[in-house]
Every structure is written in C-alpha cells, then in structure tokens.
Design a binder for this molecule. Structure first.
Ligand code: 2M8
Length: 413
C-alpha cells in the first residue's frame, strides 16, 4: 500500500464523525491544534471533511472567546484528566480550561482562498479567540501562558523554571495517570511534573475558570515562543482575511494593533547569550537557555532582526551537525536533551511543518529542505508516529498519529 493511502487510512481510522482524534487509546478526544493541522492534511483529498474539522473545533468555543485545548464530547475512562477533573467549564461542550497555540486562522486562510462564504462564517469566532489571547492572557503587551499544556510543548525543559517556582498543592486531589498505561513511562513527563500540571488545573477549577484571574494569580506564568510566533502569524492571516472580506476599518485596526504589539514583544523572548528565541518566566523575568523547536518559528512569524535571524540560522546549522533528523525539540548540546522523552528531544511533525514553511518563505530553502527531509525519512522508516528520535528516526509515543499523516499529505499533495 502506498504511503499516501496509509496516511489517508490513518486519518480515517481516527475520524470520530466530524472530528478527528490524535490517536486512539492515548488521546481519545479532539485536541485544538491537532485538528487545525489535521484539516490541512484532509484538505488534500476531501475539502468538505477538512472544513468540518475546523467548524467542529469552534463548536467548543467559550463565551469569552477561548477555544479550549481539548473538547470532551464523551467521558472516556481511558484518559486522564477528563471532564470531571476540569470541573464545570463555561463552554457549550465540556472541555479543558486552557487553550493551545492558535494555528487555526492560518489554516483557515490557507483553506479558503476561493471560499469567501466559509471564511466569513468563521471570521468572528477567530477574531474573538485572538482577542481573548490579547485580553485574558496578556501581561504588559506580552501574551503569556498559564500551563505547559497550553503551549502544546508539555514537558519541554523550557517550563522547568516556572514549575520550580511553584509548589504542588498540599491538598491535591488523588489521581491515577492513564498516559503511562498506554505508552512507556520513560518517554513521558515525570510524576512531579504531573503533580504541578494538576495543581494548576485545581487552581483554575476553584476560581471557576476566570481566565484573567488564572493569568494574574495562577501558580504558573510564562511566555512561550510557540504561542507568541503562532499568534503573530495568525494575526497577519486574520488581517488578510478581514481585508478580503471587506471588514470595517475598526476591526482591521484592532488586528493591526495586535500585530504591532506582537512585533514589539518579540525581544522579550530573545536570549542574546544563546542567540535564540526562548521562553521567559514572567514573574522572575528569567529566560530559559535551550534552543528548542519553537526558537526558529521567528521565520514563520516573519519576526526578528537580521542579526537575530542570522544567529538562529547558525544554531540550526550547528544542531544539524549533531542529529540525523532535524529538528530536535531540545538542543542536543544541552544536558536536558533526551532523544526519546516527548518534548525534551524528539522531532515533532507539526513543528517541522511550521518551521520549514517559515524558513522557505524567508530565504532559507536549504534548511527548510533539511527539516522536511528529516521528518519524511523518519516516517518512511518508522510510520506515522507522534514524534521521532532525532538520532535514529525511531518512532516515539503514539502510533498511527493524525498530525503526522496530515503533515506528510500536505507536503506530498
Ligand atoms: C500532548 O498533550 C497532551 C495534553 O494536552 C498530553 O500529553 O496528554 C502534546 O503533545 C500536545 O501538543 C498535543 O496537542 C496533544 C495531543 O496530540 O498531546
């Protein structure tokens, strides 16, 4: 069977009727940015079904505009923390109480150049979601995050500063992890990290998921290059869609304001010692010090000075000399690098997709090709895994993974 057919079959097998799960067992619900990437892949063979993926995700939008990281259309005992642990959430469908990197507007623009009606149908929902980031998650012009799960890079060493600065709740309700029942525990976050993840959830649940309070008073507050650069690009795409739809000047100016704020905030992430965009702990001001797979998203966002971009490229070239498959999620020269542990080293398909796109657009086609080639070789050797060991190309964590199939399809359309 061709790889293309296998990719399509993977997506069909993960289809739960109008929405797609990342993979069965480990992740049995609809995830936010997974669905956005999945829509890109499905669009290569079924545009109507791809569009259903977009609209089904927006069905979970909260009254305050947030689109949650997970929509729980059922309570699957195989997944923890499910809807009962997140408690009563204000959205129309049970969900988590945090969001995920907002790639959707960028995907919608890509899917709808000839479909203004579709574009118009979701524009207001996207606008309200972006406004939520700038209102509920913003501190002094920097869009922040309150939970490692919100960043999508769950156990990246980037979050160690913020997690070390908080205590696990002494009255943390007991729980049983389910992730380690599906996959090898040594590939997953540690128990201490999970206690802290659940401590933040408990805090949010106890304040009734008041998102402004969660940002201001929550146990964890960091700024993430993934969210920053993804939102910056998504705002540019939102503005282009506003203009194509003939939206009023006030709307266009609001979005332009977000773009200006985002560009101005970009230096917040710059670690000049390392020559890389890194995460920052907002309360202590401390910057993390590891080149990771969000660092080069400056190209995707068309942000950063010529010097910042040149130093980012130099880091990418150095790292390319250390691994067989670009782009590892953590710097292989840093002691925190673990090639099989989730966001501490493995290559992530959706990050390679965005980073390669940005590198291509901004005049670095060789590096872009290296990122695409590194992932494609791993997929050809191992299959559609969640992520891959950058030293060997071996698949890690979940098999038959939706965004991996979707990225492959979008690159091979
Ligand atoms: C991972 O996150 C979930 C929690 O949301 C988990 O570890 O249980 C991350 O890789 C995240 O980026 C991704 O969206 C999700 C589903 O693929 O899995």
């Amino acid at each position: 069977m061709s790889l293309r057919q296998k990719a399509i079959d993977t997506l069909l097998a993960n289809d739960r009727g109008g929405f797609t799960i990342p993979t069965s067992g480990l992740y049995p619900h609809q995830w936010n940015w997974d669905s956005a990437f999945v829509a890109l892949g499905i669009a290569t063979y079924d545009t109507d079904r791809a569009w259903a993926e977009v609209t089904s995700l927006l069905e979970g939008q909260w009254p305050d505009g947030m689109v949650p990281s997970i929509i729980f259309r059922s309570d699957d005992p195989d997944y923890f923390p499910g809807p009962s642990r997140w408690g009563v959430t204000p959205g129309p469908i049970p969900s988590t109480g945090v969001s995920q990197p907002p790639v959707l507007a960028t995907v919608v623009r890509h899917l709808t150049p000839d479909a203004p009606d579709r574009r118009a149908a979701v524009f207001d929902a996207l606008l309200r979601w972006h406004r939520w980031w700038h209102d509920a998650r913003s501190v002094d012009g920097v869009v922040c995050t309150v939970h490692p799960w919100e960043t999508g890079r769950d156990n990246s060493p980037d979050w160690n500063i913020g997690l070390a600065a908080m205590e696990s709740a002494p009255d943390l309700a007991p729980y049983t992890r389910m992730d380690n029942k599906h996959v090898d525990a040594t590939y997953r976050p540690t128990q201490d990290q999970y206690d802290k993840y659940l401590t933040i959830v408990q805090f949010g649940e106890r304040i009734g998921w008041d998102q402004r309070r969660l940002t201001d008073e929550g146990p964890f507050l960091m700024a993430d290059p993934t969210i920053h650069f993804v939102l910056l690009r998504a705002n540019r795409d939102l503005l282009a869609m506003a203009q194509s739809l003939g939206k009023d000047a006030e709307t266009c100016m609001e979005v332009q304001g977000w773009i200006d704020t985002g560009l101005a905030a970009t230096d917040t992430f710059w670690n000049d010692d390392l020559g890389a965009f890194c995460a920052r702990d907002i309360r202590s001001g401390a910057l993390t010090a590891g080149f990771n797979n969000s660092s080069a998203l400056c190209f995707y966002a068309d942000a950063g000075t010529p010097d910042q971009r040149a130093r980012t490229v130099a880091n990418l070239r150095r790292i390319a000399g250390k691994v067989a498959h670009m782009l590892p999620s953590w710097d292989p020269d840093d002691p925190a690098f673990e090639p099989q542990r989730y966001w501490c080293g493995p290559v992530w398909p959706q990050m390679n997709y965005m980073t390669a796109l940005g590198l291509d657009e901004q005049g670095e086609p060789d590096l872009a090709a290296q990122l695409r080639d590194g992932l494609i070789r791993a997929i050809e050797a191992s299959g559609f895994w969640e992520c891959f060991n950058p030293l060997t190309g071996a698949g890690c964590i979940g098999a038959n993974f939706s965004w991996t199939a979707a990225v492959w399809l979008s690159w091979n359309a």
